[in-house]
Every structure is written in C-alpha cells, then in structure tokens.
Design a protein around this ligand. Structure first.
Ligand SMILES: [Zn+2]
Ligand SMILES: [Zn+2]
Length: 337
C-alpha cells in the first residue's frame, strides 16, 4: 500500500518534539511543531507548506527562525496554525528583525498565521515580506469539527489539551486510500502514467462513476469501470496523531483517546520514568508508562514515544521499557485509587 504521507520524527527522542509528514509523490510536507529543525535539510524545509504549532514553549517554536531564514528569499506562502496567542507570537518573532532591505520588489514570501480560538473560529492574519512583514488581519472563518485544514485528499484536526496552558494535539486524516493494482493494470493492457494520478484524484474527490478517464494509447474508460475491474483499489485513509506536552488528567485523556482512537500512528510524549511521576505532574507532562497506557486505551496500530527528558540521557532503554509496560497494562487501573 502506498500512503499519501510518510511520518517521521524530526529529532531523536531526547530532542525537541516535532513530526514531519512528507507527501509521497509531491514536493510538499506538513510539520507538527517548530522546535529544533537543524536535522531537517534545507530542501525538506522548503517543501513545508503548513506548520501546526502545539503551543509556544520555546522547544516547540524556536525553529520558526530557521524556517523563516530558509524561506525568506522564495516566492511561497507558509501557513502557521496554532492556539490563542499564535498571531502575536509570529508577529513578535518577525518584529525582532530589521527589514529595511525588503520592499515591493522583494520575493513574494508570505506567512499566514491561523489562530484557533479552541472552539469554532479560525482567525487568519497575513505577514508579507513585500510589506516588511506588517500584520494584516484577513478575517475569521467558522470551523467545523475542529478541522483546521481541509483539502480533498486529507484534513488536519486538533484538540486542546491542558499543559498548564492550552496545548494542541493534532490528527492528520487521509480521506480515502486509493492504490493501483499493478497486476490488474498489466492484465488489461493498460499503461502506467500520469493518467493514474488523475484517476486516483477523481476517486478521492468522489467523482461520478461515469466520469471519463483518458488513457494515452488506449481507449477511454469510465472511472467506475476502473474501480470494478480493481485497477484502482480503495481502503480507509491513514490517520496519524501527534500529542505532546500534556498533563495526566482525565479530561486530557478522554479528549486525546477520542482523537487517537484506532489511529495508524500515535506519536506521544512520555519523557519521565515512573519514579519521577511527581516531577512529570508538576511540569504537566506524561511519564513514559502513562503514555503507553494512553496508546493502549486508544487502540492505535503503532505508537512512538518521544520528547524524553534530558535527565535520562544514556538511559533511553528504561523509558522505552516503561512505555512498553504502559502499553501492556493499559489505563483501566490508573484512576481507580
Ligand atoms: Zn511545553
Ligand atoms: Zn515540550
């Protein structure tokens, strides 16, 4: 099966949290969190069109500068989504530099800050290089089902969790998985080529089965016939969740489990050992075993712990073992006492 995106952590587990979603056949990527981006090559950063910021603690936002530096001299638009305070934070970053060399002849680089009010509104503001990054309010959009970004192939939804401050967890949901059955293609004498990408796009956008697909060097076919001949095979879209910096409280867990339920991936913070559970709680963080319990309760297919506290450098295996223990025990007994 070929997936729409490939997820991978930006840093090793003791580094800053951050997840890259790299689109398989496009020069495009989405990033969850803007911490240390040094491990990402410049070519990868230049593919990023949307960034989702969980909260503006430094280890989740300091990478804004590296991104800005790399994108500044390009004609591109970068959308940055985040919790209340995001627009001020973006403006604060931009205001900290001197822009006298920018004018209307500069490259047309634009940042759109899209700030979620944690309910049903997204407020967009624009910062254009050609305008020396002055802040312009664009408008307020009504949101349905906490979906911050909606595209035909996928959407990204968020929930607000408590980390002493609001902190967002995200889910990337592929609309529909569409794959090409190569053996069937060969049996029917159909060529490979860009027409397949277009046909897959038609399926994902729920086009009429009678829609005509033009196939170079072959007679045209109806979309529905390609599906019934199993040249194109559909399945449920992939779901990838990312949750970092959250306290082990019942409201947080019920929201996160609802978001992550049945996901293909859950990337989850769990940076403390059980012996330091009180320290984790005081910092509004999970322990590794608590994170494993959440992954088990959400019945995710794969779970990856991240954002380990540097106090355990060299003792990574202990954290991985406790995460595994949490996965095995689950959540059921956690709140019983
Ligand atoms: Zn934090
Ligand atoms: Zn953090």
């Amino acid at each position: 099966m070929v997936y729409l995106v490939q997820p991978r952590l930006v840093n090793e587990p003791f580094g800053d949290a951050g997840l890259l979603l790299d689109f398989s056949f496009k020069s495009r990527a989405i990033l969850f969190d803007l911490g240390d981006l040094v491990p990402l090559p410049a070519g990868t950063i230049s593919k990023i069109r949307q960034v989702f910021v969980s909260h503006m603690h430094m280890d989740h936002f300091a990478g804004f500068d590296r991104m800005l530096r790399l994108l500044l001299n390009r004609t591109a638009e970068l959308q940055v989504f985040g919790p209340p305070g995001l627009t001020d934070a973006v403006e604060g970053k931009l205001r900290s530099y001197t822009w006298n060399l920018l004018d209307e002849t500069s490259e047309d680089f634009t940042i759109i800050a899209a700030e979620w009010n944690l309910k049903d509104e997204l407020t967009r503001s624009r910062f254009k290089a050609r305008n020396k990054f002055g802040r312009e309010k664009l408008g307020v959009e009504a949101l349905a089902s906490r979906r911050l970004l909606m595209e035909p192939d996928f959407h990204v939804e968020a929930v607000a969790l408590d980390h002493g401050i609001p902190c967002l967890a995200f889910a990337f949901q592929e609309s529909l998985r569409v794959n090409v059955h190569k053996a069937r293609l060969d049996e029917l004498g159909l060529p490979v080529g860009p027409w397949l990408t277009e046909a897959k796009q038609l399926v994902r956008s729920h086009a009429d089965p009678d829609a005509i697909v033009t196939i170079p060097g072959h007679r045209d076919m109806k979309l529905g016939d390609l599906l019934s001949a199993k040249v194109l095979v559909t399945g449920p879209g992939e779901r990838i969740c990312y949750a970092t910096d959250l306290a082990f409280t019942e409201p947080n867990l019920s929201r996160l489990i609802a978001l992550a339920e049945g996901s293909d991936y859950l990337f989850i913070e769990g940076g403390f050992l059980d012996e330091d559970e009180a320290i984790a709680a005081s910092k509004h963080h999970l322990t590794a075993s608590q994170a494993g319990s959440v992954a088990a309760a959400a019945r995710v297919v794969r779970s990856v712990p991240m954002h380990f506290s540097p106090r355990y450098l060299g003792r990574e295996q202990l954290l991985l073992d406790e995460f595994q223990k949490g996965l095995t025990t689950g959540l059921a007994t956690r709140f019983s006492d």
